[in-house]
Design a protein around this ligand. Structure first.
Ligand SMILES: NC(=O)c1ccc[n+]([C@@H]2O[C@H](COP(=O)([O-])OP(=O)(O)OC[C@H]3O[C@@H](n4cnc5c(N)ncnc54)[C@H](OP(=O)(O)O)[C@@H]3O)[C@@H](O)[C@H]2O)c1
Length: 339
């Protein structure tokens, strides 16, 4: 340090005590908020348990309705909710797979629970089929609804090249079905003054995903819809949560092996059902009624939020999807040559 600077520092009185105090105050409050939210994130993710499923009718004859229950995450929700004591209504298109899930529920559930299979193509705008489902739902005591059925692009594709029918199906399954089924279930929940609605979202809804633009947009819708609805029905004793999901082993993710950041559907659903009403990874992000339940996804959510450089994450995702598309096209070419 130069002698002149040393001299200035030792002799110059502070000219702005109020400005310094204000800056110290703002800095202190910011640090305290960050520390509190970090503590919330850590305790919710690694220590605390969420609301018990008993509060939503487990073991009391109530039903859990799971859409997309034939495979992946939805299949696990159906099995674990059955194990928890709910009767389970399984909704999807594939009868054989749904029957296998019903059988698994019957063998794995300790208490005797009922299952019901409802076949419907949620991607079709078939009014008669919707009316049939609505009538069934209205007559049941539903404690839990899991809006899980979801559809993404076959492979990452630029929106301008995406087949129109594929885009239409994504919008119908990921948005219309969620809204319609929620509308059918909600009046009964309000009457009974209890209910849990879990809407499967995606990191692609938090960080816009180039080359999955339509999918990404639908998941952003799910997040906003959930948050608004949750506030509307909170006073009726109903919990509505958006599950912010990163990669999970499934047909949709096209990932077959688990790793630190890619849990199995069973591990993911176990985490989700044990953290109802909490936020975990979403605690820091200021997104009400969002839950990032699985510990490594929670960590990612936290890091993305702390780094906060969204445009960089979007660019990274774009590069990643370009690479995935290149590899998927090469694989298709190889398979075509074999035939
Ligand atoms: N896996 C991941 O990495 C990941 C990441 C983020 C978010 N998510 C979300 O998690 C949810 C479940 O994904 P997943 O990975 O478990 O997918 P998945 O293994 O592909 O299963 C999708 C389920 O949705 C059903 N479904 C699809 N289209 C349907 C239609 N038109 N009508 C009725 N049912 C339909 C399928 O049943 P049928 O074929 O029998 O009809 C199947 O049961 C989705 O909402 C997805 O967006 C998943």
């Amino acid at each position: 340090m130069s002698a002149a600077l040393k001299n200035w520092l030792s002799t110059e009185p502070i000219q702005c005590p109020w400005t310094c105090a204000a800056l110290l105050f703002v800095g202190g409050v910011t640090l305290a908020r960050f520390a509190l939210k970090t503590l919330t994130f850590l305790s919710q993710t690694f220590v605390l348990s969420g609301k018990s499923l008993k509060k939503f009718g487990a073991g009391k004859g109530s039903w859990a309705v799971v859409t997309g229950a034939s495979d992946g995450i939805g299949r696990e929700f159906a099995v674990q909710l059955g194990k928890a004591g709910f009767n389970v209504m399984l909704v999807a298109r594939n009868r054989v797979m749904l029957e296998a899930v019903a059988e698994e529920i019957a063998t794995k559930s300790v208490s005797s629970v009922e299952t019901k299979i409802h076949l419907i193509d949620l991607g079709k705008r078939d009014q008669a089929a919707w009316d049939g489902l609505k009538a069934q739902l209205a007559a049941m005591d539903i404690g839990v609804l899991v809006n899980n059925a979801g559809l993404s692009h076959d492979i990452p594709t630029y929106f301008v090249e995406a087949p129109a029918q594929e885009v239409e199906d994504i919008l119908t399954v990921n948005i219309n079905a969620v809204v319609r089924i929620t509308q059918a279930v909600l009046p009964g929940m309000i009457e009974r003054k209890r209910g849990l609605i879990l809407n499967l979202g995606s990191f692609a809804g938090m960080i816009p995903s180039p080359m999955l633009a339509a999918y990404s947009g639908t998941k952003m819708f799910v997040a906003a819809f959930t948050s608004a609805l949750a506030e509307e029905v909170r006073s009726h004793g109903i919990v509505v949560q958006h599950l912010n999901t990163y990669f999970v082993v499934s047909k949709m993710s096209n990932i077959r092996r688990t790793s630190m950041f890619v849990p199995s559907p069973a591990a993911y659903v176990r985490a989700a059902l044990s953290k109802i009403s909490l936020s975990c990874g979403a605690a820091l992000t200021g997104r009400p009624d969002t839950l990032t339940p699985y510990w490594s996804h929670a960590l990612l959510d936290y890091v993305v939020h702390v780094v906060g450089w969204k445009s960089r994450f979007i660019a990274y995702t774009h590069d990643l999807h370009k690479d995935i598309r290149r590899r998927a096209l090469r694989k298709l070419e190889r398979e075509a040559k074999k035939q």
